[in-house]
Design a protein around this ligand. Structure first.
Ligand SMILES: Cc1ncc(C[n+]2csc(CCOP(=O)(O)OP(=O)(O)O)c2C)c(N)n1
Length: 381
């Protein structure tokens, strides 16, 4: 089967006038993202906090240079990008050309996880409704270059965003040269086990999108605990703390924990201000910071050099800790359970994750029912 060479594709984008790249990483685009990280100059490539922000960066680049930018994203981020695309970049408003490169999770011919199924089925219709011209990227290098040229001409001519949709297996492998410096020695799975193992029996956990939920799931399986206390936010990346806040406000006697990731917390960082100001004594927000988007290929986040604990303090969290090793986590966890909330703990961990990490074999609907049973002790739905 043919595959696109990342280097050739990058060069055809440059040849067609793309001067800047911004995006949120996706597993289907991980080889191209790695190539970009290694080859695009630092001031011409930004790994954005969320897909809407990436569209903003592309708009700014165009305003300053007159050159269109590329925005890359997983189709899960189509909603985040939609608002600035329609209300800012659309020809009826400012008319800003850019090329979107969209990883197609949930492609109907390719069975995928529940959170990708509907998004994958409706993605093209959504682009059609948004009047964004799109093509599915060819897996032949020359045809792909021709598509880039054609779509970018259209973007410039019509002063509008256009999109290339990428199927699974389109890019050939690229091995990244730049390696990531680990933020801590402790593996995240170990840290998750230490925190999960210390929770009061009536606590609920809302865990974020990607590996963190899968590691929590694995911990519960290993300890034969069932999954009824956990809500795995398999979609809605960046919103786990708000789900936890919704539960904490409705059940003030219930200890509520959010297990978050650095990429996710950055994606909608305003959520921290809301949690900090909520006054929810029963809420604890724990960010396992590995400094990367580990679930989709290990592309760096800026959280390695942002002090999340300073942000938490500034947002008004009542108790705040930073842990960087096993004794630090042990201490923080015992303080956490007796402290005044809302509490915040940043655990700096290594970026490694198990290759044989399983995926939940419960369905999200089954998970919801078990959690609601746990929260109410009787059926509400
Ligand atoms: C809106 C949205 N954009 C992108 C993705 C793809 N995605 C899934 S997990 C993930 C990385 C999350 O990073 P982080 O929170 O740091 O956790 P880690 O992957 O390191 O476990 C991304 C980008 C998504 N699910 N939703």
């Amino acid at each position: 089967m043919n595959m696109i060479d990342c280097g050739k594709f990058y060069r055809s984008l440059r040849d067609c006038g793309i001067g800047f790249f911004a995006g949120v990483p996706d597993s289907l685009l991980k080889h191209f993202c790695a190539y970009l990280s290694d080859h695009a100059p630092a001031d011409e490539h930004v790994i954005a906090a969320n897909e809407g922000g990436a569209v903003g960066l592309a708009a700014g680049h165009y305003l300053a240079t007159g050159n269109p930018a590329m925005v890359y994203l997983q189709n899960s981020g189509q909603g985040n990008a939609m608002n600035p695309l329609l209300s800012l970049c659309d020809p009826a408003v400012y008319g800003i050309p850019m090329l979107l490169l969209v990883g197609w999770r949930g492609e109907p011919e390719n069975p995928d996880e529940p959170q990708h199924v509907t998004q994958g089925r409706v993605m093209k219709d959504v682009f059609e409704a948004m009047e964004v011209p799109y093509e599915v990227l060819s897996q032949e290098n020359d045809l792909a270059s021709a598509q880039v040229e054609r779509l970018l001409d259209l973007a410039v001519q019509k002063s509008r965003p256009v999109a290339l949709v990428v199927k699974s297996g389109t890019f050939s492998e690229y091995k990244p040269k730049n390696t990531h410096t680990p933020l801590g020695n402790l593996s995240r799975e170990e840290a998750i086990g230490m925190v999960a193992g210390s929770l009061p029996s009536n606590a609920v956990v809302v865990s974020t999108t990607g590996h963190i939920s899968r590691e929590l799931y694995a911990y519960r399986e290993m300890h034969g605990e069932g999954h009824g206390q956990d809500f795995m936010a398999v979609g809605g990346m960046g919103h786990a703390s708000q789900i936890a806040l919704g539960i904490a406000l409705a059940q003030p006697e219930r200890p509520v924990f959010c297990f978050d990731g650095d990429g996710a917390v950055l994606m909608h960082m305003g959520g921290m201000a809301l949690v900090g100001q909520s006054g929810c004594g029963n809420l604890r927000h724990i960010v396992f910071n590995n400094g990367v988007h580990g679930s989709v290929g290990g592309q760096p986040t800026v959280a390695a050099s942002v002090s999340l604990v300073d942000v938490a303090n500034a947002c008004g969290y009542r108790s705040v800790w930073l842990a960087e090793d096993r004794p630090g986590v042990e201490q923080a966890v015992s303080d956490l359970n007796i402290s005044v909330g809302p509490g915040f703990l940043e655990v700096r961990v290594s970026a490694q994750a198990r290759h044989d990490l399983g995926r939940p074999d419960t369905t999200p609907r089954g998970n919801k029912i078990a959690l609601m049973d746990f929260l109410h002790g009787s059926k509400l739905y």
